[in-house]
Unconditional design. Structure first.
Lengths: 362, 392
């Protein structure tokens, strides 16, 4: 911004400069305040999850309200050895297989299992989403067929409809197909997203027609054109879809809380389209030859996703468990958020570019 | 090598010249000839390819999107809907089976009057149930709650994000850092961060907000009970809890809006503001008369999507109250042991879904239709209001 600015005398120039500097200071101050507002929960999450539970209690409890030295002993945080106030104890407690509440009940809380479930659901549902979106967007963008406009208008109309209207029926369908507590319910029901089809169709439409004609002269058919030309060109968009879909599966809560929220020792995992139900790990050999259901996991399979797991331990289901275990709860939140955080730092440009493009078309 | 090809009857067919590669070459005698290659391309007509390619997407869409929409409309208008009546595989099928088993009229096969629940009739019964009795009170209060939260949160978030995007657009240093920080809440888990917010606003361990309040007021302002309805000494206040919900929703919502506004600002041509500056306009005037109108498509998009998303709020409200729910309570929204203080419309719908006391799924479907109507009306109002103000 190399503009030459001319002033009549020194006084006006100085006034202008001060006003400019003040303006910049105000901008930065405003931005910094809100940046702090946005970043503070993360800071506390990270800091508290690494603290010893006892130090955490001392540091944050109201008992220290009496004196102005609100953070108690300043020495509490600064200048202490690692073992004193900081430890990985919270993470150990959140990741071990069980947690015991004050009544002596043992809850199965293995976060590793929740991670495993969520990763399976995320990868599978992303595959389904991407495959259907690419094929459907190709059909709407490149191929001509009867009823194309009508069908597309119908799809656009359903984008406006809130998902809550479909939940009730999907819940009934899931129950009728005996898909409760299965992976199928989590993967297939929200497998297709009309938004991605619309978004990808936009990208496909921007591929110039000359490429299609050139490919046709070379003898490449429609499907070949899709795989050889369109997908490589639209790869950034497809990457954005993959990333957003993975993130959505990781953060999903409502639908899993309705259909796959707990221990299905009774029902077993049903492998779709077969008669096999997997329960817990027992005697596979006997089961196999005796035609019994094959049991794979010792304590039954705790079918929960990551958010639901967090809620079940520290939310409503575990009232006694949560008292005195705030630090562990924060460690749980941290463990759930951290993978996505790392994911975001790596793929930041893709995510932001893809999302911003969806807004420009308005 | 030209050779005369004879067909089976011995008549001469058109001569075809084969080159070395096995592909045919144009024959001079005829103006056109069919190119025959060694591999036959069997290609489907385009519409067949289209339908085959669409099959995967359509299966999912039909079963899990089109059919549910139709079914919700049907469920809401069938009196005394119970999807177990008839008992066949899909809900739609179940009341067709009930027609087959019970018939449409009011009499059983043996002439006796049917029990009221099994008569198939269409009507607004579910909608009446929506407003009667205790579930009805809850539904009206949930509508009020949702409206209050939406009206406070959405304009606040849009204004703040517009300001932040504008400021971010006009600074040079540290731009990337600020952008990353502002986008952080988008990638995080709503439940996990709701729990962190709950901890920050609690009166017990981890209540940093109360600590800071104490510090800032030199010990005068006591700890405030933000969310706990079972606190031994301080009372629970409906509006104070509302503040926490709004703060969390604003925190969550800033990220996406800032991103869209920034991308919109980046497309605005600099020459307009330069021309205005030459004419002596102040920055504020430039912002008001040039930037905002040019940004109006993005503002409209954000406004519409924010309102629609805000009416559907559920996990934000629930995760903030999550610690105070008694054992086993599934949809808990604070305030009392039933958890109904800040229940949003969607929360009511989920609560009504499996709960026969609330009327079951017919009433839940009616509730979701009411939600759809609210969203459509609000969107239509916005569309009308924005006709004159949006410049493309």
């Amino acid at each position: 911004m190399a503009e030459a600015q001319y002033f009549t005398n020194e006084v006006t120039r100085r006034k202008y400069k001060t006003r400019q500097v003040l303006g910049q200071v105000f901008l930065y101050a405003f931005l910094t305040i809100f940046a702090l507002f946005l970043v503070t929960p993360f800071i506390f999450m990270v800091v508290f999850s690494f603290m010893n539970p006892d130090s955490f209690y001392q540091f944050t409890t109201n008992a220290k309200f009496d004196s102005l030295r609100i953070f108690g002993d300043g020495k509490l945080l600064i200048g202490t050895k690692v073992g004193d106030n900081w430890s990985l104890q919270n993470f150990k407690e959140i990741l071990v297989p069980t947690i015991e509440d004050s009544l002596g009940n043992v809850h199965s809380t293995s976060f590793f299992l929740y991670f495993f479930n969520t990763i399976i659901v995320a990868v599978s549902s992303t595959t389904v989403t991407v495959v259907t979106a690419v094929l459907a967007a190709f059909a709407f963008a490149r191929l001509e067929f009867k009823g194309k406009d009508v069908l597309f208008a119908l799809l656009l109309a359903t984008m406006m409809i809130p998902g809550e209207m479909m939940v009730i029926t999907n819940y009934q369908t899931t129950k009728e197909l005996h898909w409760e507590f299965t992976f199928a319910a989590l993967i297939f029901v929200h497998g297709v997203s009309v938004f991605y089809i619309y978004y990808l169709r936009q990208t496909f439409q921007q591929i110039p027609n000359e490429l299609y004609l050139a490919a046709k002269v070379d003898g490449v058919g429609d499907i070949g054109y899709l795989f050889k030309v369109m997908i490589p060109i639209a790869m950034p968009t497809i990457t954005t879809i993959i990333i957003l879909s993975l993130m959505g599966a990781w953060n999903s809560y409502i639908w899993p809380s309705l259909v796959a929220n707990g221990n299905w020792l009774q029902n077993g995992i049903w492998i779709p389209l077969t008669k096999i139900r997997l329960y817990g790990l027992e005697d596979i050999k006997n089961s196999f030859f005796a035609n019994q259901p094959i049991k794979m996991f010792k304590n039954g399979y705790n079918m929960r996703l990551v958010s639901n797991g967090l809620m079940s331990i520290f939310g409503n289901a575990g009232d006694d468990v949560t008292v005195g275990k705030e630090a562990i709860k924060i460690a749980g939140s941290m463990v759930v958020t951290a993978p996505l955080f790392v994911f975001f730092l790596i793929f930041r440009k893709y995510i932001m570019k893809g999302l911003s493009r969806s807004g420009i078309k308005g | 090598m030209a050779e005369l090809v004879k067909n089976s009857k011995g008549k001469e067919k058109e001569p075809v010249v084969y080159s070395e590669m096995g592909t045919a070459v144009l024959n001079e005698k005829h103006s056109t000839s069919r190119l025959i290659s060694k591999r036959r391309h069997v290609s489907l007509p385009q519409w067949a390819t289209a339908w085959i390619v669409l099959i995967p997407a359509m299966i999912f869409l039909v079963f899990f999107m089109f059919y549910p929409i139709i079914n919700t409309f049907l469920m809401a208008f069938i009196n005394n809907f119970s999807w177990r009546t008839g008992g066949s595989s899909f809900a739609l099928g179940s009341f067709f089976t009930s027609i087959r088993d019970f018939g449409i009229d009011a009499y059983n096969r043996d002439g006796t009057l049917k029990a009221k629940e099994t008569i198939l009739s269409f009507g607004f019964d579910n909608f009446f149930k929506l407003f009667q009795g205790y579930p009805g009170q809850l539904f009206t209060s949930s509508i009020v709650n949702t409206f209050v939260l939406v009206i406070v949160e959405v304009p606040l978030t849009i204004i703040i994000s517009l300001l932040l995007a504008t400021f971010l657009h006009s600074i040079k240093a540290l731009k990337g850092l600020f952008q990353t920080i502002f986008f952080l809440p988008y990638v995080t888990n709503a439940i996990a961060l709701g729990m962190v917010f709950q901890m920050l606003f609690s009166t017990g361990q981890g209540g940093i907000i109360n600590l800071v309040l104490k510090l800032v007021s030199f010990g005068n302002l006591g700890p405030i009970n933000w969310l706990n309805h079972q606190h031994p000494t301080l009372a629970y206040n409906h509006w104070v809890a509302g503040i926490v919900i709004v703060v969390y929703s604003v925190w969550n919502g800033l990220a996406f809006k800032i991103l869209v506004f920034m991308s919109g600002l980046a497309t605005i041509d600099k020459q307009y503001s330069d021309a205005a500056k030459i004419d002596g306009a102040s920055s504020f005037t430039i912002w008001r008369r040039i930037t905002l109108p040019l940004l109006s498509p993005q503002i409209l998009y954000i406004t519409i999507t924010s309102f629609i998303g805000a009416f559907k709020m559920y996990s934000g409200v629930m995760s903030v109250f999550s610690n105070y729910a008694p054992l086993g309570k599934n949809h808990f929204f604070g305030g009392n042991s039933e958890g109904t203080d800040w229940m949003p419309i969607v929360g009511w719908i989920y609560k009504a879904m499996d709960n026969q006391q609330f009327g079951g799924q017919g009433v839940a479907a009616a509730g979701s239709l009411v939600l759809l109507a609210i969203i459509l009306v609000v969107t239509a109002i916005q569309g009308v209001v924005s006709k004159k103000r949006v410049h493309y």
